[in-house]
Design a protein around this ligand. Structure first.
Ligand code: BTN
Length: 272
């Protein structure tokens, strides 16, 4: 197999990630694949089969990348970074974990990166990347093995080509074209980004395991892109975003002054 310069760079940064993470995560391994259906799907398969050692799986190409809410995730080879991290985790409460992952990524990327609830990475109203958090329980006879967390991250390194902007829900503003991290961090490569975000991500997930979302609530608030904005939900409900609850739900104040908590929905900004 011939190794392209891009692959060689990814491999070398993957090695640095392993060196930075392995002391704090015994048994940690890193794999870089030229292609896979989806890094999340692959690690979920392994976890369900009982393989629960911590692993970082990076793919140059995904043939069936998955996004939140059952959507697909498309990324251009060489223009994006796609990876998943799997590790056994046993927090007392899982609420808010996907937001904590977003906080970690946003803080590692750039001070100007914002979070659109629950965990879209935004810069100037444009999506830089997305996060898919899943958990798997191994099929064991005893049933007592800890769950495996699989965190999948897709980052646009270079700005993707704009596609037709369709409002995600009626009444919402059409989405802005996506952005690339290299617009904020000039010339950054996929490998450099991997090294920039993964060690802190592992530390933050370990912090979440002991301290829960409470350790991330203020950090989320500092980057909350929706706070005070008029929003429309995928069920057609409207209101003004008012931060997140202690469980990580989006609080929305409706026209009658009531506060509602949204736990799963597509949320879009609507014109004022
Ligand atoms: C979203 O914004 O909807 C989440 C997108 C998550 C995409 C990443 S790419 C790496 C990992 N593998 C997948 O199939 N999905 C996640």
């Amino acid at each position: 197999m011939t190794t392209t310069p891009a692959t060689a760079s990814l491999l070398s940064h993957a090695e640095s990630v392993w060196q930075a993470v392995a002391p704090a995560l015994p048994g940690f391994t890193v794999e870089v694949l030229p292609t896979v259906d989806s890094t999340n799907t692959e690690l979920m398969r392994r976890a369900r089969a009982g393989q629960n050692a911590p692993v970082l799986l990076v793919a140059e190409t995904q043939t069936a990348g998955r996004g939140r809410l059952g959507k697909s995730w498309h990324s251009r080879p060489g223009q994006s970074l796609t990876f998943s991290l799997a590790l056994p985790l046993a927090p007392a409460d899982w609420s808010g974990l996907s937001l904590a992952v977003g906080v970690s990524l946003a803080e590692s990327l750039h001070p100007d990166v914002r979070l659109k609830w629950p965990n879209d990475l935004w810069w100037q109203e444009r999506k830089l990347g997305g996060i898919l958090v899943e958990t798997a329980s191994p099929t064991t006879a005893s049933g007592h093995a800890p769950r495996t967390l699989v965190v999948g991250i897709g980052l646009n390194v270079n700005r993707p080509e704009a596609t037709a902007a369709v409002p995600p829900v009626p009444g919402a503003l059409p989405p802005m074209p996506p952005a690339g991290v290299a617009e904020l961090v000039m010339g950054v490569t996929a490998g450099e980004l991997l090294e920039q975000v993964v060690p802190a991500l592992v530390r933050d997930i370990q912090r979440f395991e002991t301290d829960g979302f409470a350790a991330f609530a203020a950090r989320f608030a500092a980057r909350d892109a929706l706070h005070g904005r008029a929003v429309v939900l995928s069920d057609g409900g409207t209101g003004v975003a008012a931060g997140v609850s202690a469980q990580g739900g989006l609080r929305v104040r409706t026209a009658d002054g009531q506060l509602h908590e949204v736990t799963s929905a597509e949320v879009s900004v609507r014109p004022c």
